[in-house]
Design a protein around this ligand. Structure first.
Ligand code: SF4
Length: 293
């Protein structure tokens, strides 16, 4: 996405108390080629994300959109996205994999009011593309009626921690994990394929045998088909911010974060072995988004 995507911009009063800067914009393109393996096109109905995750690598979007506000404080609503999507879908010649929410969460709080993601889902129904959604919000269950009409769809839920304090520090704008597991259960019971993405695995907080076992069990109980793990993105800005928060709120964890930073290959190998062992015992397929070193 470039600045050329922004044709008009209109400031509005925020619809949610967490959103400090909200505006509606119009985009030129909403179906954009993706560089993520396995994903042909990405749909991001919003610029910015008020889930405000402190480890979010999508912070680079500030550069492209000209935003100077802190990540998580702004959101631009692409109000014409459904109309643009309709036109772009007609031009697609073959079946593709389309992912909703690669640099924003399509079900962040603004979606409740603006329903841009919902309207985009509606446009996808007549086509045979496979569609995936990755979210941290139970709001996705609102759209069950539309999800059921898409032939090939799966919904992934990101879970990074079960600890309320850790969640408040690292992802202050998100719903508690229990609400996400409830949403997985609801969708699974309605025959929507679901999975859990543990990303990033936070050293000290998420990587213990106990915590991984708890998350795997909850995912399994809720009906998730598989679980995938990824480690922290070493993007310098993100890393600096995460370390600052650990030092401030959880000084007891700083050593483990340093271990990860000093030898991430070794850390990832150990983690992979640990998870494989736990997943095997629990019979839930475990996948890895990080390299095995
Ligand atoms: S939900 Fe995803 S896109 Fe939104 S802030 Fe968190 S990590 Fe970033």
């Amino acid at each position: 996405m470039t600045n050329r995507a922004f044709l008009t911009a209109k400031r509005e009063l925020p619809g949610n108390k967490r959103v400090k800067y909200l505006k509606t914009i119009e985009c030129r393109s909403i179906l954009n080629k993706s560089g993520i393996p396995g994903i042909d096109f990405a749909i991001n109905p919003y610029v910015g994300c008020t889930h405000k995750c402190q480890y979010c690598y999508a912070v680079f979007m500030k550069r492209f959109s000209g935003h100077t506000e802190p990540w998580g404080d702004f959101v631009d609503v692409k109000v014409n996205a459904p109309t643009v999507l309709e036109k772009q879908l007609i031009r697609l010649k073959q079946r593709n994999h389309i992912s909703i929410g690669t640099v924003c969460d399509g079900y962040q709080p603004a979606e409740k009011k603006y329903t841009i993601t919902r309207k985009c889902l509606g446009k996808l129904i007549p086509y045979r593309h496979s569609v995936s959604i990755l979210t941290k919000s139970p709001l996705v269950t609102r759209d069950l009626d539309l999800l059921k009409q898409i032939k090939d769809i799966e919904v992934g839920f990101t879970i990074t921690t079960l600890d309320p304090k850790v969640r408040r520090v690292f992802e202050p704008g998100t719903a508690p994990p229990d609400q996400r597991f409830k949403a997985i259960k609801m969708l699974s019971r309605n025959r929507i394929r679901t999975w859990v993405f543990v990303a990033p695995v936070l050293p000290y907080f998420t990587d213990s045998v106990y915590m991984i076992t708890q998350i795997i069990k909850k995912a399994q109980d809720a009906g998730a088909r598989h679980i995938m793990f990824d480690t922290l993105n070493p993007y310098p800005k993100v890393w600096k911010n995460v370390k600052r928060l650990v030092k401030k709120h959880f000084p007891e964890a700083i050593e483990q974060f340093r271990d990860f930073q000093d030898d991430s290959d070794h850390y990832q190998n150990r983690l992979r072995r640990k998870i494989t062992d736990i997943g095997f015992k629990n019979m839930l397929p475990c996948k890895f988004a990080f390299g095995c070193g």
